[in-house]
Write a protein that binds this ligand. Structure first.
Ligand code: FMN
Length: 188
């Protein structure tokens, strides 16, 4: 898949087929994340991959789902999660955001759906997975084979609208709205 197409077609997926993703594909996705940029190349993130049925049920309970879409029913939940943790020396959120972005795109390149979670019951999740105190849980990425089709459309100006048409469309701001050429406010 061309990288430009991948950037435009990746969408957050919140409904998944219940077919498990082979461990080697999950590990390949994690492996691609090693190449993400980090401040001063410190690479102080680590990833806890969760794919056993008992733990995936429990991880699900620690996540808050975008209200406009809502949580998936039991038969369409993610079949794996990657928990992105940083250690105490790390540049924290920005490095972990970088590696998380890589993970979404790495997953997309292998036909997987994904969704980034920042709203997490962090203490509960750290206890569940035995993550030592010196680490912080930064983000969770839900993973699995997608069971919904969502596409980006141009935002029609109402930035309060995060999803449209019962979550088949995600409005994105246009270049006209976000780009300043050489001087703030100059658009052309
Ligand atoms: C920092 C960050 C935190 C997010 N946290 C959540 C979350 O807690 N729950 C959720 O359902 N989606 C979460 N998302 C996913 C966004 O809702 C999603 O990216 C947005 O609606 C745009 O859709 P798209 O990813 O398809 O472009 C998060 C995304 C980012 C970048």
């Amino acid at each position: 898949m061309d990288i430009g197409d991948a950037l435009k077609t990746r969408r957050s997926v919140r409904r998944y087929q219940q077919k498990p993703v082979p461990r080697e594909i999950l590990c390949e996705v994690v492996d691609m994340c090693r190449f993400a940029p980090s401040a001063a190349n410190r690479q102080e993130w680590e990833i806890v991959l969760v794919d056993d049925p008992q733990n995936i049920r429990k991880v699900y309970e620690t996540l808050a789902w975008l209200p406009a879409v809502g949580p998936p029913p039991a038969d369409s939940r993610p079949t794996a999660y990657a928990v992105i943790i940083s250690d105490e020396k790390s540049d924290g959120v920005s490095d972990c955001a970088s590696v998380t972005t890589y993970m979404l795109l790495a997953a997309h390149s292998r036909g997987l759906g994904s969704c980034w979670f920042g709203s997490i019951s962090r203490t509960e999740l750290a206890n569940l997975l035995g993550i030592p105190d010196k680490y912080s849980v930064e983000f969770v990425v839900a993973l699995g084979y997608p069971d919904e089709k969502v596409k980006a459309v141009n935002n029609d100006g109402d930035r309060e609208v995060t999803v449209k048409e019962e979550y088949t469309q995600v409005p994105k701001r246009t270049s006209k709205d976000i780009l300043h050429l050489n001087f703030f406010g100059k658009r052309g």
